[in-house]
Ligand binder design. Structure first.
Ligand code: ZN
Length: 302
């Protein structure tokens, strides 16, 4: 379907489905994040996209979390140092991988004759997503977002999914850049156990900031189900536009993920029903969830 049609469905409060974890699914299938490499193992990534489409996802997300020029730059003292010891063309790699990852998601939907599946570009904060204290000054980052988003738009992404965001100032810049590029922005924040953002902002502050910028969907993600519930209970009464959730399942075991059976696919579905009762209509899964989790959700709500 076109984005216009999807938006009509979302605005009509019909349940819309995102995919589940990709990075964690790579681990579950026996690869590490260092070994999977988009370039050397494209089939692995393609299969995961296909499995989520088959599970009923309306929107699949690119495998591009934290892919940015800044991620590469942060390994070096400065650009001169990068030039001196970095491999040639390192900074161009972000743009190249963005194009390849969108092309891979597109290949997945075409291979299944599902050209109506939409592709969301997975974009997180410029610095580490769980460190709101490191969020850069909002005035300085517009151009960085603009460059990154332009790459995604040129590659053919349908939606910018700003996910695992930890504060509103950076989200506001990201949405402004999305508007400049001319593609829809969805914004997902990480709630903490007290129902506030990881950076301490209240849901009142979130809704005030988002009302100024109007993302098409406001979501909560990358937190365990009870934190998502705490956030949603505070957010839902304050926001009368489309809301979404995608929780993670398991424990973070840096740099990778530890799978647990705290919430199996059936228990996860029970949580999704509760979130739907609270007002969430865009539903998917974050780290640790699998195509089975998504299938349970799509089968129940379809
Ligand atoms: Zn996550």
């Amino acid at each position: 379907m076109s984005y216009k049609e999807l938006k009509r469905k979302i605005d009509a409060q019909q349940v819309t489905f995102l995919d589940g974890g990709i990075g964690t699914e790579i681990l579950r299938r026996g690869y590490t994040w260092a070994s999977h490499q988009l370039k050397s193992e494209p089939e692995l990534n393609l299969e995961i996209h296909q499995d989520y489409i088959n599970a009923g996802a309306d929107v699949i997300t690119t495998n591009t979390f934290q892919l940015s020029k800044r991620s590469f730059r942060n390994h070096f003292a400065n650009d001169e140092h990068l030039e001196a010891i970095g491999v040639r063309g390192l900074l161009d790699r972000a743009g190249e991988l963005i194009h390849e990852s969108v092309a891979l998601a597109d290949k997945a939907r075409r291979s299944l004759d599902h050209s109506d599946t939409l592709i969301a570009a997975s974009i997180t904060t410029l610095e580490w997503c769980f460190r709101p204290d490191r969020s850069p000054d909002a005035e300085e980052i517009f151009d960085e977002y603009l460059e990154e988003l332009t790459d995604y738009a040129e590659a053919g992404a349908d939606i910018f999914l700003f996910e695992t965001f930890n504060s509103t100032p950076e989200a506001e810049v990201a949405i402004k850049a999305a508007k400049e590029v001319g593609k829809p922005a969805w914004v997902a924040f990480v709630p903490y156990q007290d129902g506030r953002l990881l950076g301490g902002q209240s849901m009142e502050e979130v809704t005030e900031a988002m009302a100024r910028n109007e993302p098409d969907v406001l979501l909560l993600n990358c937190a365990p189900p009870d934190h998502i519930t705490a956030g949603l209970e505070q957010l839902a009464p304050l926001w009368n536009k489309p809301l979404g959730v995608y929780a993670h399942v398991g424990k973070f075991n840096p740099p990778e993920w530890q799978f647990t059976d705290d919430y199996n696919a059936d228990q996860h579905l029970q949580e999704c029903k509760h979130w739907h009762d609270l007002g969430a209509t865009v539903i998917g899964g974050c780290c640790g969830t699998t195509p089975d989790y998504i299938k349970k959700v799509t089968e129940f709500f379809s």
